[in-house]
Design a protein around this ligand. Structure first.
Ligand code: GDP
Length: 194
């Protein structure tokens, strides 16, 4: 798959606006500020395909990108403490609405900050993916903030914490330094080919 050929499609504020699933979808989920936008931009070699923000808690939307025969889906970041109740409600509506639809879920990339244990909302996300038997991989972000040794320790600790089976890939990445980006591209390409 060609990561240099991606096109922003549209953003959606409610799940009922989502068009039918016409292509296999690879989605990105994670806490607000985990580095999701930076990772999307790095993956596709683009500066501002997804909006990077120093201030977390942007308005929740689901953003669609198209790359050949695959659609990439940027899900709204969860867990930003300062958003209003109605904004939290919008988040749940979007995420639950998306996953409850009859869509072609090829792979969910669940992003977790490598520096900390998975937070309760990350645990919920992973438990949901496991229960729903959706194909997913864990992407640890911001690896440049830790030494390689500490990265390995955290990878092992988070794998244990989330009880990830041997079939669940877990990739250590840094959008800043380019760590693990090729590995992630290979993982995605392998899914697309299958
Ligand atoms: P999002 O809210 O999940 O989309 O996160 P963003 O991509 O907007 O990033 C949130 C913050 O983390 C920004 O200040 C980024 O510059 C920073 N950030 C993102 N990725 C990395 C990374 O790989 N390494 C470091 N050190 N900082 C990062």
């Amino acid at each position: 798959m060609n990561f240099n050929n991606v096109r922003y499609e549209r953003s959606f504020g409610t799940s009922s606006q989502l068009p039918p699933s016409t292509m296999p979808e690879i989605s990105f989920a994670g806490r607000s500020n985990v580095g999701k936008s930076s990772l999307i931009n790095r993956l596709f070699n683009r500066k501002a395909l997804a909006k990077v923000s120093g201030t977390p808690g942007k308005t929740s939307t689901i953003n669609f990108f198209e790359a050949g025969d695959v659609r990439f889906v940027d899900l709204p970041g969860y867990g930003y403490a300062k958003v209003s109740k109605s904004e939290k409600g919008r988040w749940s509506e979007l995420i639950e609405g998306y996953f409850n639809q009859d869509r072609d879920f090829l792979l969910v990339l669940s992003l977790i900050d490598i520096r900390h244990p998975a937070q309760p909302l990350d645990e919920n996300m992973i438990a949901f993916l496991q229960d729903a038997e959706l194909p997913f991989a864990v992407v640890l972000t911001k690896a440049d903030k830790l030494t390689p040794n500490k990265q390995r320790q955290q990878k092992a600790a988070i794998t244990r914490q989330l009880d990830l089976g041997p079939d669940v890939p877990i990739v250590v990445t840094s959008s800043e330094k380019g760590i693990g980006i090729d590995e992630l591209r290979k993982l995605v390409s392998a899914e697309v080919r299958n």
